[in-house]
Design a protein around this ligand. Structure first.
Ligand SMILES: CC(C)(COP(=O)(O)OP(=O)(O)OC[C@H]1O[C@@H](n2cnc3c(N)ncnc32)[C@H](O)[C@@H]1OP(=O)(O)O)[C@@H](O)C(=O)NCCC(=O)NCCS
Length: 168
C-alpha cells in the first residue's frame, strides 16, 4: 500500500461504509487520518493486472500501553465488484503472516452480527468469537450489536512476549 493507492482505498472504504454493515463510521477518513492511524508495516492492497485496487487491509494498535503492544485491530474492505473471489481471504491471510512475523500476537475485530460474510471469512482463518456486545452503540440512529472476534497467534502465544510489560 502506497499513497498512490489512497484515492481508491478511501473510495472502497466509503462503498463498504455505505452498505451499513461494516462499521459505525459514516464517512471514510482523509488519507492523512488513515495514514496516521494505521501501522505502516501491516497494510496491504490487492490489485488486478492493471494495478487497480480491489481491496485492502490495515491494522491500528488497540492501546498505547506497552502490555498491549502485540494487539491490533484490523480493517478489511473489498470492492463490491470484486467480492466472492477469495480476495478478502488472501488479504487477511497475508496480514496474519506479516503480523505474526513481527511478533504481534493478537488481531481483533468488532463485526456486526448481520455481516455474515465477514464473520464466516474470519472464522475460516482461525478467529474465534469472544462474544456479542448487545446494543453497544448507535449506527444511523439504530442501536446495534457488535460481535468481538480475535485471532491469537499460536506460534507467538506459546513463547514469551517480546517486551516485558510495565503497567500504566
Ligand atoms: C467481508 C468482505 C471483506 C469479504 O471479502 P471477499 O473478498 O468477498 O471474501 P472471500 O471471497 O475471500 O470470501 C471468504 C469467505 O467469506 C464467506 N462469504 C463471502 N461472501 C459471502 C456472502 N455474501 N455471504 C456469506 N458468506 C460469504 C464465505 O465463507 C467465503 O468463503 P468460501 O468462498 O470458501 O465459502 C467483503 O464482503 C467486504 O469488503 N465487505 C464490506 C466491508 C466489510 O464488511 N468489512 C469487514 C468489516 S468487519
Amino acid at each position: 500500500m502506497t499513497p498512490e493507492h489512497a484515492e481508491e482505498i478511501l473510495a472502497i472504504y466509503q462503498l463498504g461504509i455505505d452498505e451499513g454493515n461494516a462499521t459505525f463510521e459514516t464517512t471514510a477518513p482523509t488519507w492523512t487520518e488513515f495514514d496516521t492511524a494505521k501501522l505502516p508495516d501491516h497494510r496491504y492492497v490487492a490489485v488486478d493486472e492493471t494495478g487497480k485496487v480491489l481491496g485492502w487491509v490495515a491494522v491500528a494498535p488497540v492501546s498505547t500501553r506497552r502490555a498491549y503492544a502485540g494487539v491490533v485491530e484490523h480493517s478489511l474492505y473489498v470492492h463490491p465488484a470484486a467480492r466472492g473471489q477469495g480476495i478478502g481471504t488472501a488479504l487477511l491471510r497475508h496480514l496474519i503472516t506479516s503480523t505474526e512475523a513481527a511478533g504481534i500476537w493478537t488481531i481483533q475485530s468488532g463485526i456486526f452480527p448481520e455481516n455474515t460474510a465477514s464473520l464466516a471469512l474470519h472464522q475460516n482463518l482461525g478467529f474465534r468469537i469472544i462474544g456479542t456486545r448487545e446494543r453497544i452503540a448507535q449506527h444511523q440512529g439504530v442501536w446495534r450489536d457488535v460481535t468481538l472476534l480475535e485471532r491469537r497467534s499460536p506460534a507467538i502465544h506459546e513463547s514469551a512476549p517480546p517486551t516485558q510489560p510495565t503497567s500504566r
